[in-house]
Design a protein around this ligand. Sequence first.
Ligand code: ADP
Ligand code: GLC
Length: 493
Amino acid sequence: MKKRLKVLFVASEAVPFAKEGGLGDVVGTLPRFLKRLGHDVRVVIPRYYKIDRDFYKLQLLPYSLGVPMGIIGTLWAGVYEGKLPNSEVPINFIEFEQYFGRDGLYNDTNGQGFLDNDNRFVFLSRGAIELARMIGFAPDIIHVHDWQTAIIPVYINTIYKQDETVGKAATVLTIHNMQHQGDFYAGLMDVLGVGWEHFNFLELEAFNKVNLLKGGIYHATLLTTVSKTYAQEIQTPYYGYRLEGVVRERAKDLYGILNGVDYEEWNPETDKYIVANYSHDNLEGKLLCKSDLQETMGLPKRQDVPIIGLVSRLVYQKGIDVFAEAIHRLLGLDIQIVMLGTGEPWTHFFFPDMANKHPQKFACKIGYNNSLAHKIEAGADFFLMPSRFEPCGLNQMYSLRYGTLPIVRATGGLNDTVENFNEDTLEGTGFKFYDLTADAIFNTVGWAVHTYYNNKNAMDTLIKRAMQKRFTWEDSAKLYEDCYYKAVKAKRG
Ligand code: ADP
Ligand code: GLC
C-alpha cells in the first residue's frame, strides 16, 4: 500500500484568494487533486489585504505566530484558516499588516516592486515553517514555489535540521519562472539568520548578492519545473538567467511536469461566461460567441473574418514588445485582433492608441477581466502567444479546448502542448514559430490566416482535434506524487 503523505505547500499566490498569474492557478488547484489521491495537504500563503476574511469565512487561530527575522528580531503574526473551495484542503493565511496590508502582491500601483519584498517573503517562508511547528503538522514534503519561498529548503537543511516536526521533511522546489530570482543586497543574510557561511558561490551568493532561488536550487531535495522543454531550456544561458550552471549541476534531480487545466472552469460545453455553449461535434455556438465578442469589443460584426485573440500579462516574458513591432503589418491583413491584459506601463498607452487608430480591426482592453478572458477564448478563431519564454502557459491549453487554434512560439510549455500544423497530413493542433522576431510573428499569423481563408477542411480537422486534447490535473498530480515519493526516499534513504 502506498504511504499517505503529509504535504505542506508554501507560496505567494493561490486561487481564488490571490492571483497574478498561473502560479496562483497551480497552488490553488494541485493540492485539491493531491488530496483526491489520498494525501494530507495543507497550503500557506500571506493574508494579503484584499483577501476578504468574511467572504471566505476565515477563522482566526487562537495563538500568535512568532517569526524570527534575524537582526530584525522576532515578529508576531496572526494566522487565519480556511479551505480551498470545493475541497477539504486547509489553507492558512499569515497576517502581518506591515508586510501584507497593502494593495498589490509584489508591486505598487505603478508596477514597481515593493522595496521590502526581500523581508516580506523571507517572513512568509520562515513563518510557514514556524506555523507547521506551532500546529504540529509534520510534513513528509514541503513543496515550495519560485523565489518567494525558495529559502525554505535552505532553512530545513540548516536551522531546522534537527527539528522534530519539520527536520525530516523532504523539500521540492517548483520553478515557474527563472527570470525572477529574488536577488537582494548581501545584508539580507543578517535577516535570514542562517549564518554568513552560507553566503558562498554554491549556495546563496550570486554576483555578490543574495539569490534566494539559487539557495533553493542548491538545497531542495528535488526540483521540478512546469514543462519538459523548460526543464531543458533553463540549463542554457538564454533561459537560465545566469543560474543555468547551477541548474545543470542538479539536472538529474530536475523533473518537468506540465500544469493541468481546470476543465470545470474552462469548458465551452458548460461555460457560464459565454453567450452560447458548444462542443467539438456542434460548433454553432462558437459563431454566436464570435458575434458577441465583436459586439463586446466594438468591432464590426463579420462572421467571415478571422479573429486573433490575446490574453496576457503584457510584459517582456510574453514577447509583447515584438508583437508591438509586428502589429502594423498584421493590421494590413483582413483580420481582427482582440487583446486583453495589463503589464508594463508603455503597453497601457501603445495598444489603446493603436486601437483608436484602427477601430475596424483592433480592439484592446487594459485590465484584468476573467469573464472577458472566457469570451475571447470562445469567440476568437486563433490565439497568439509569442512568448520569449513560457515555463508552461495555460492560455494555449484553454484555447485548444475552445477550438481557438493557438499560434505560438515553440518554447517551454507552448512547445509541449501545441502540435504544429502539417499541410500534407493535416496533423497538428496549431501553428508554431521558432524565432522571436516580428517577421516570424507576421509570417505565422499569415500562415494561419491563409489556412482560414483557403483551407476550410484543414481548419475543421485542426479545430476538432484541438478540442479533444486534454491536459488534466489528475495526470499532473500523479506525476507530482511520484516525485514526492522519490524525494522522501532521497531524503531518508
Ligand atoms: P503567467 O502565469 O506567466 O501569466 P499563464 O498562462 O500560466 O501565464 O497564466 C495566466 C493566467 O492568468 C491565465 O489563467 C489567464 O487567463 C490569466 N490572465 C492573464 N491576464 C489576464 C487578464 N488581463 N484578464 C483575465 N485573465 C488573465
Ligand atoms: C509562470 C509561467 C507560466 C506558468 C505559470 C504556472 O507564471 O510564466 O508559463 O504557466 O507560472 O506554472
